[in-house]
Design a protein around this ligand. Structure first.
Ligand code: OXT
Ligand code: ADP
Ligand code: MG
Length: 569
């Protein structure tokens, strides 16, 4: 041993899995973990905090995972979720799968049982073959077996989560590895930062020329913005493309605010018209999946020509032929389109027809937003919320439910990108509270969550997480007393499978969990309470009483329901 080495205290010459993992994450710009601790990862949380990093500790790993995935969507850095083995891993897996479906970058790190026991199925504590169970549900799954591999594993997970189509990555760490030591000098050498983990991918010049020709030749073009366009963070370029071409645009729910909903070219309020009548539709980070009726059927005109911008090459033709595929990152593709379309004649007649339809729909809706009813409905309650939120354009809006989701999406305008966080591609109930924590943690801005009462029930205990970290979150529960409605009759001697206890007091629950709680029954009360809650910066829950008969089954997607015809006339 060298003289210098001999001078260094014994353990200072060593490092271990815990420290290598933390140094690898820190070196890659990660300072926040969302998780739930226990065997074998408890020490990781304490050490992580002791180094001045943030650890948000949840009540269920599913919500920690939702938070990590939303942090990834907001920041373009992979959100990190840490869970214990087996049941904790399984709870987090739903969120990892949801992140992958929504193309949000996140890494779930779970402690796991020792391979020699799992592979012989000898009945370890929380024994589970987590790596193989994770594989089908995420973009990639890796196991680390040696301390010297921790650095490369973290980099591999980061690059996989961020490059190409973003998604969820699983990192499996057998418990013993955390405390296994190695030389600190060699450990330091094993850590590194990836060069350009999310590289630009430029579209081919032929592809650009094909798309430019199609758009220039269109009489009724439309630009359709998806959450991929919001994630790409090329906001100014997208706004410039829209304004330079004069083409109407419509946003999918989590792309709202990329260009303000109040923009004169926004066609959100004329959605059916533009989907049906547009002859060329430019999809920007939006898949032709169920949310867009797969590009087929009566939603569309039947002869629509699609230009599709997507970083995932095989997304093209997923449902219908794509006339002009533009494979690449949205920033590069939009820049190329802008150059090619420069000076194009604006579709003025079409744009004004769309604007007229949109303003007509907005006028019709605005009457409903201010019409008083004996018990609040979705329109006058959300109309009151809309007026308050106009004064907070940079607020984060979290939204889940069915009627509570669909009506808020339609009524609440968004003014800035990545400020609307909702149920996403899978329509997942329970994403709300994790989204609130991530939005507050990653943006430092206040959060308002508009949740159906059923949706809130999936993750309501995280209200304590929100009060514990004293986050500026206001939860508004659209309390109509049930799933979709609250007035379904109960079968004899049973309680309806769709309604909740009308005596439930969500406001008192929040107070019991250390927050502020209010129950409101009029739009005026709702507006006043919401405004003061936002101003207070305190964790607050507003229990808004909504007419139990106000909702419709499944909100605006009742067409997806299946019903039995047996025994029905
Ligand atoms: O053009 P037209 O005329 O068509 O009009 C459109 C726009 O032009 C117009 N519009 C406007 N008009 C005027 N002014 C403005 N500003 C304006 N903006 C728009 O309005 C219409 C509609 O516009 P929109 O919304 O853009 O268009 P459209 O046609 O709706 O778009 C189609 C879709 C499919 C893109 C859209 O509808 C959509 O995104 N839908 C998402 C649906 C979804 O994902 N829902 C959640 C899941 S439902 C169900 O699965 C539920 N579950 C089961 C369950 C789930 N999901 N998860 C888990 C873990 N377990 C179980 C449960 C349990 S929901 C649920 C709970 C429900 O109960 P809650 O109590 O929570 O909620 P409540 O229902 O409130 O009780
Ligand atoms: P929405 O539900 O809003 O329509 P989707 O989740 O269906 O949006 O589609 C998002 C699409 O955006 C995915 O196909 C994904 O591959 C793509 N995407 C995500 N980030 C980028 C990016 N930076 N460049 C290009 N495409 C992207
Ligand atoms: Mg409800």
């Amino acid at each position: 041993m060298s003289n210098e080495a001999a001078m260094v205290p014994e353990d200072a010459q060593l490092t271990d899995g815990f420290h290598l993992l933390m140094e690898a994450l820190e070196m890659n710009g990660i300072d926040t973990i969302y998780g739930l601790l226990g065997i074998p990862v408890t020490e990781l949380g304490r050490l992580w905090q002791a180094r001045g990093n943030r650890f948000f500790s949840f009540r269920n790993e599913q919500n920690a995972g939702y938070a990590a995935s939303v942090a990834g969507f907001i920041t373009k850095k992979p959100g990190i979720c840490v869970t214990v083995s087996a049941p904790g891993f399984l709870n987090g897996l739903t969120a990892l799968a949801n992140a992958t479906t929504n193309c949000f970058p996140m890494i779930m790190i779970s402690g796991s049982s020792e391979r020699e026991i799992v592979d012989l199925q000898q009945g370890d504590y929380e024994e589970m073959d987590q790596l193989n169970i994770a594989r089908p549900h995420c973009k990639a799954a890796y196991r680390i077996n040696r301390t010297e591999d921790i650095g490369v594993a973290v980099v591999r997970a980061i690059r996989t989560a961020l490059s190409g189509r973003p998604g969820g990555v699983y990192l499996d760490i057998p418990a013993r590895l955390f405390s296994t030591t190695m030389s600190a000098e060699d450990g330091a050498k094993s850590l590194f930062v990836p060069v350009d983990p999310a590289p630009s991918q430029l579209p081919g010049p032929d592809a650009v020329a094909r798309a430019v020709d199609l758009i220039k030749g269109a009489e009724k073009p439309l630009i359709l913005l998806g959450k991929g366009a919001a994630y790409a963070q090329c906001d100014d370029e997208i706004k410039a493309l829209i304004e330079e071409t004069g083409i109407p645009f419509t946003p999918m729910s989590m792309a709202k605010g990329l260009v303000p909903d109040t923009h004169p070219q926004c066609a959100a309020a004329a959605r059916s018209l533009v989907l049906k009548e547009s002859d060329v539709v430019v999809l920007v980070g939006a898949r032709l999946n169920w949310l867009l009726a797969h590009g087929k059927g009566k939603t569309w005109g039947g002869s629509t020509k699609f230009v599709q911008i997507d970083i995932q090459a095989n997304e093209m033709d997923s449902n219908v032929p794509i006339a002009a595929p533009l494979v690449g990152d949205i920033g590069s593709c939009v820049a190329a389109l802008r150059a090619g379309l420069s000076g194009m004649e604006k579709p003025a007649a079409w744009a004004s027809a769309v604007a007229e339809k949109a303003s007509g729909n907005r006028a019709k809706l605005s009457t409903k937003l201010t019409t008083a009813t004996p018990v609040m409905n979705y329109f006058n309650s959300l109309g009151a919320i809309r007026e308050v939120l106009k004064n907070y354009p940079d607020i984060n809006l979290v939204n889940e439910g069915a009627n509570a989701l669909d009506n808020a999406r339609m009524i609440i305008d968004q003014y800035q990108p990545r400020r609307r966080l909702d149920t996403g591609t899978w329509g997942v109930m329970g994403v709300g509270m994790g989204s609130c924590v991530a939005a507050a943690a990653e943006t430092g801005k206040p959060v308002v969550a508009i949740c159906g009462d059923s949706a809130f029930g999936f993750s309501g205990m995280e209200a304590e997480t929100i009060t514990r970290y004293n986050l500026p979150v206001t939860i508004i529960i659209m309390n109509n007393g049930g799933i979709y409605r609250g007035d379904e009759a109960s079968p004899e001697h049973q309680v309806s499978c769709m309604v909740f206890n009308p005596k439930t007091r969500y406001d008192q629950l929040m107070i019991a969990l250390g927050g502020e709680g209010y129950r409101v029954t009029t739009p005026e009360e709702l507006a006043e309470t919401l405004d003061s809650a936002i101003k207070s910066g305190k964790p607050t829950l507003i229990d808004a009483i909504i007419d139990p008969a106000a909702g419709v089954e499944s909100g605006r997607i009742g067409n997806l329901n299946v019903v039995s015809t047996i025994g029905k006339k």
